[in-house]
Design a protein. Sequence first.
Length: 365
Amino acid sequence: MTLPDLSIRAFLAAGGAVTLAACAGASSRRGEKGSGGGGSANSGALQSLRVSSDLYVSRSPQRFAFIFTRDGDFVDEGAATIAVRPQGGSFGDDLPAQLHTEGLPKGRGVYTVDLQLPTAGIWEGRATLAGRPTKLFFQVGAQAIAPIPGATAPRSASPTPAAPLGVDPICTREPACDLHATSLEALVGRGRPVGVLFATPARCQTRYCGPVLDQVLSIAPEYREAVDLVHVEIYASVDGTALVPTVTDWGLDSEPWFFTIGPDGTIQERLDGAFATDLRDDDKAEAFLHGWGLERGKFLCCIPRYRSTPYWTIHRERAFDPVKQKRNDEMKEHDHAQLRAAIVAVVKQTDLKVLICPEIGRAHV
């Protein structure tokens, strides 16, 4: 057993990295289950969507993950290729992509390929499935945001029952998992491989991504004797926006993330993405579309939000938080200006309709 094998297996078994753009229609909310276990690539409007985040300039190959959808449903039938080019450049070769389905719901496979991305900026991809080409675009940063393979893993403490670091709860899973017994600081670089998952089960369930931690726990027995596994929450509290100190130390600005670390403390692999869940109601979705004259693939869904969800306006038992409200008021124009500009541009330049939806911050909301 090698550590890279663990990282790939754990990532795939943990749900694979599936993010659907909302503009594909009501049934393509992030992580919704495709009807009938996925669609066919031979009919309907085929789209490709990038899954990987934090792509960066490097001569070394990087894992690039993407998916296909047809009319808002997942598609993973047949072989796929992808060619990419920087803005203003020429496409490279069509590279065969590997389809991963292990641990994923039927029809929700993820395609991956190793890409070399030598320049920063906007890149274009030509992803082809069953002979049908599609376009996708992605940003390549001058530098990575999160730690990369070959770098030394941050020697950062993680919350444990004995030393929670101000985090409460240290695990939002119910019941709490057993991957918090030892601090990450005490494991990294101590002669054994380490796998660390940064994810928040409670909030993940409400943002249309699946129970990532549960999937990792399901395969943990295979690796416990050879690898130390650690789970780190993202937020220091259930309702707050303050981050767990470990997340800040690692420089993460998205989640979930899964890292594998070698016995010497060097990061070997990193995998990121949002994860799928089976939350959907087709009948209500179709009724909503019909009621507002919306057609799948022909409208843009925008989800504005405050810096902190004002739960006190939703639940009477929640106390008003003047600090969070003040921050919301200070930043709402700044945060919404770009989204508003995008909506105006879409309305003026396309025939798409625009649907504006509130973000759901908690499962019980």
